[in-house]
Design a protein around this ligand. Structure first.
Ligand SMILES: [Zn+2]
Length: 166
């Protein structure tokens, strides 16, 4: 069997392909934006991806693993390993300013930076992504997914989703 020319696939190509995978729950962000993909290593025709799920037992985990494999196999890798890296745990503090801005534009209040204590975190107002008012209240703690909550803005009278600080 003729071997495929794999030498040209660089780490940059691998990151580029992975940055095209949207998060199944937050399609505006990629797995790379979310820092769910922690690291990628390339050795010849083998790519190894380190994945940190947002929660243990995340139902989207198999979907994400398959997407990663398909993307990298399509790029020409012959072997794709997906390693789960559970420590250090994923936290919303990993999200960069660019990712937070994408959430805002999409109408989701980005997670606040974690305060020293849970009590302090709960005291911080949730800012409306549409009008930036902090006159907001929790409408339901059962959002469409575990990581989101529904808030209501008293100022512009719109409901919006908030990405919970984790
Ligand atoms: Zn508002």
């Amino acid at each position: 069997m003729e071997s495929v020319e794999v030498q040209q696939i660089t780490l940059t190509d691998a990151w580029q392909a992975l940055s095209e995978i949207s998060d199944p729950e937050i399609p505006v962000l990629s797995l790379v934006d979310l820092k769910i993909i922690r690291d990628v290593r390339v050795e010849g025709a083998t790519a190894t991806v380190e994945l940190t799920p947002t929660f243990l037992g995340c139902p989207a985990l198999d979907y994400m693993k398959n997407e990663i494999r398909e993307k990298l196999l399509a790029l020409g890798f012959q072997t794709v390993n997906v390693e789960l890296k559970l420590s250090p745990a994923w936290s919303t503090d990993l999200l960069g300013e660019e990712a937070r801005e994408k959430l805002r534009v999409f109408g989701i209040a980005p997670p606040e930076k974690r305060a020293a204590t849970l009590a302090e975190s709960l005291k911080k107002p949730v800012v409306c992504p549409y009008c930036r008012s902090s006159e907001t209240r929790l409408e339901s703690s059962f959002g469409p997914t575990l990581c989101k909550q529904i808030y209501y803005c008293e100022h512009c009278r719109q409901s919006f989703e908030r990405f919970k600080t984790l």
